[in-house]
Design a protein around this ligand. Structure first.
Ligand SMILES: NC(=O)c1ccc[n+]([C@@H]2O[C@H](COP(=O)([O-])OP(=O)(O)OC[C@H]3O[C@@H](n4cnc5c(N)ncnc54)[C@H](OP(=O)(O)O)[C@@H]3O)[C@@H](O)[C@H]2O)c1
Length: 275
């Protein structure tokens, strides 16, 4: 269903369409992760901060899908950005997830007042060299910091907020320059895309939904997308984006919806790009 879009980077094959788990907890997190895997999604996104790594791990086990077939991402919380804490907290994440490694480990937010970015990234590289993750990356890094990160560590992605209402061109440029890929979080703008007139019109032309058009746009533009839902029906809807193709004109119309609207900003003092 979703095999059509994969991203090849640094020897990894990343299934571009994933499933996000922020604010899903306990039985709901476990059940929706299992649902997503059972219908063919092969990329799951969690984080230490979501306090659901144990439930996500149970969902993976309950799905019956081989661990090797699942691309699993977790994140080191920013208050664990000091090198010794990066190692310790990664070990804790693996124990909670009940796996011996993840596929991608990210630093969740820039944390310069806790540790220099270079030190955090060197620790992530060491954790990778210990075999605790297959790859490393960053999250919520604006373009200038991302450029610095590429100078010191073999990162493969920047996971940032990106949807039709928030373009991230400056970050994309740095990723393209260095062969990294973009992971779009809040990819359906937390559900706000549902009533959008342009997306709804394009969706009705293809007999799909605004969420499906949005996810398809992200995939055709080369990004990975990790939508989240607590609903079994929407797990299916959000994964079902392979049966239609957006034209260049439709892609451009969706690009044109950008209005610089940021929905996630917990106030960690990030100097966001203006484009
Ligand atoms: N790195 C970071 O700092 C960071 C920050 C934010 C998010 N993330 C990751 O990105 C994932 C996704 O982002 P997100 O959770 O912020 O937002 P999102 O995926 O853009 O939107 C989720 C919201 O949209 C609704 N929804 C889901 N499918 C829908 C559909 N087909 N039509 C209409 N509404 C729909 C959901 O409600 P229902 O549950 O009722 O379906 C939920 O309220 C997170 O779960 C997390 O894994 C990372």
């Amino acid at each position: 269903m979703t095999d059509e879009f994969t991203i090849e980077v640094a020897g990894l094959t990343v299934p571009a369409l994933g499933f996000g788990t922020w604010q899903l907890n306990g039985e709901v997190a476990e059940a929706r992760v299992a649902d997503a895997l059972e219908i063919g999604v092969r990329h799951i996104d969690t984080a230490q901060l979501y306090a659901n790594e144990d439930a996500v791990g149970r969902g993976i086990a309950a799905s019956g899908v081989d661990r090797d077939e699942v691309f699993l991402t977790t994140k080191v919380a920013r208050n664990n950005a000091a090198p010794a804490d990066v190692h310790r907290s990664t070990e804790e994440s693996l124990r909670a997830l009940d796996v011996d490694h993840v596929d991608l480990l990210l630093i969740h937010w820039p944390a310069e007042e806790i540790a220099p970015t270079e030190a955090t990234l060197e620790a992530l590289t060491e954790v990778r060299d210990r075999g605790l993750t297959r790859a490393i990356g960053v999250s919520n890094y604006p373009s200038a910091l991302l450029r610095r990160a590429f100078e010191v560590a073999p990162i493969v992605t920047d996971q940032v907020e990106h949807h039709p209402y928030l373009a991230v061109d400056a970050i994309r440029e740095v990723l393209d320059e260095h062969g990294g890929f973009l992971t779009a979080y809040s990819p359906i703008a937390k559900g706000r895309i549902a009533g959008d007139p342009v997306l709804t019109e394009i969706a009705s032309d293809h007999g799909v939904t605004a969420a499906q058009v949005t996810l398809r746009w992200l995939l055709q533009r080369g990004a990975s997308a990790i939508p989240r839902t607590s609903s079994p029906e929407r797990v299916r809807e959000n994964a079902d984006v392979a049966g239609f193709t957006l034209s260049d004109d439709e892609l451009a119309r969706i690009d044109g919806l950008n209005r610089g609207e940021r929905l996630v900003d917990p106030g960690h003092g990030v100097a966001w790009d203006t484009a």
